[in-house]
Design a protein around this ligand. Structure first.
Ligand SMILES: [Zn+2]
Length: 403
């Protein structure tokens, strides 16, 4: 049953037994790993693409959640630009107030604070919230939901902007989120969120965008229907090049603003390509299977030819591809990553050891499987000595290929 509208959900993709994508395990703790069956379907009524089973939120988002928004130069720049966009276009009135749901380490709100604008982050993960507080960002430690929205409105007054990046698609219980936003938002305020876009996932075969935390994969069509259901209206969309292709959705209260031409254009382009049709989604599932087999074939060839292989970027999304394709330390002996909280641990499910990025040069890899493909440009430029020394990058999005 659809988590948004109660309609019939048809499964189109079975990604098998999967661990929690950000649960990097200690070498002696592999026996206790949590697994669930990752299946994805689409709603017949509202077109929402969603997982069929829910992982309890406390298992995914807790005090040692390792992902940080500021981990990439490009993402830091993106969020600073985002803050300026919100301040220039949306924060009306003499004393605007901006709330971010899932404020992580405060990368976006730090720019709002620097502009002297009232702000509040709502963040359930203690570790990243403390990083934000150390930078002077106001953070409330909580999962955002109906009661939290009402409490913030009572304490700080209505918000002109409620923003969320890579957070709304994480939350199955969006009815409560919308009620909280309804309680918090000023009458002419906007709810702006950005998340991975179904159009990009299908076009790039980026099936690794689907993992425990990404419960929904949004499209303009499904967000439009969801907004209507909860008394809001989709009034603007903007495609973003970050995280492998996202869309920034702007919602206002129904009737409060005139939707931009971009909304109708994106919905029409989705309908024209049959984005939410089962035939399109089944074809995508077949591609997922083919690419996974290609990747394993390529890795087996590299291993058999005696080349030294490693992974680069122990991303959350790499859990999906390694566990679905069955890639373990026999094919990728280790993965290099800059996040201290992941180093010395094993990748979830696949148990590939994570090593500090500083040890990368000394390891002397011939081929690097780029799990963090969404940061390909930044990483390949940073590690230019690797290619200069004859090394080659192995990518699997949108196709398996050596660079
Ligand atoms: Zn539905």
């Amino acid at each position: 049953m659809c988590r948004i509208c109660g309609g019939v959900v048809n499964e189109f993709l079975d990604l098998g037994r999967q661990p929690l994508s950000d649960a990097f395990v200690e070498p002696d703790e592999t026996a206790d790993e949590f697994y669930y069956h990752l299946r994805v379907g689409v709603c017949e009524s509202c077109s929402m693409v969603q997982q069929l089973a829910e992982v309890p939120r406390e298992r995914m988002f807790h005090d040692s959640y390792p992902y940080v928004s500021s981990g990439s130069v490009r993402m830091r720049e993106h969020f600073t630009r985002t803050a300026h966009d919100l301040l220039e276009c949306e924060s009306t009135g003499s004393d605007p107030f901006i709330v971010e749901i899932g404020s992580n380490d405060g990368t976006m709100l730090a720019a709002v604070r620097a502009a002297g604008v009232r702000h509040l982050g709502v963040e359930p993960c203690g570790g990243v919230a403390d990083v934000a507080r150390a930078a002077g960002v106001r953070v409330r430690s909580a999962f955002f939901e109906e009661a939290v929205g009402a409490e913030i409105a009572a304490q700080d007054g209505p918000a002109n902007v409620v923003f969320a990046a890579n957070t709304i698609c994480h939350i199955p219980y969006l009815d409560s989120i919308f009620r909280g936003i309804d309680a918090l938002l000023a009458p002419d305020g906007v709810f702006v969120f950005e998340d991975p876009y179904l159009g990009d996932v299908i076009e790039k075969n980026s099936f690794d965008q689907i993992y425990d935390e990404h419960f929904y994969v949004f499209s303009a069509r499904s967000v439009q229907a969801m907004a209507r259901r909860f008394g809001f209206e989709l009034v603007d969309v903007r495609r973003l090049p970050v995280h492998g292709g996202e869309v920034r959705y702007t919602l206002a209260r129904a009737g409060a603003r005139t939707p931009s031409a971009a909304v109708a254009a994106l919905v029409a382009s989705e309908d024209a390509r049959g984005l939410a049709e089962l035939s399109t989604l089944h074809a995508f599932a077949a591609e997922v299977d083919r690419i996974s087999r290609d990747l394993v074939g390529q890795l087996e060839k590299l291993r058999d030819s005696g080349l030294r292989v490693a992974g680069y970027g122990a991303t959350a999304k790499s859990a999906t591809v390694t566990n679905y394709a069955g890639i373990g330390p026999d094919l990728v002996p280790c993965v290099f990553d800059t996040t201290p909280a992941k180093q010395g641990r094993l990748m979830p499910g696949s148990h590939i050891p994570v090593r500090p990025a500083e040890e990368f040069a000394e390891y002397g890899a011939d081929r690097l499987l780029l799990f963090a493909w969404n940061h390909a440009e930044e990483i390949i430029a940073k590690e230019k000595d690797f290619a200069r020394g004859g090394g080659r990058w192995l990518l699997y999005v949108p196709e398996v290929r050596l660079l």
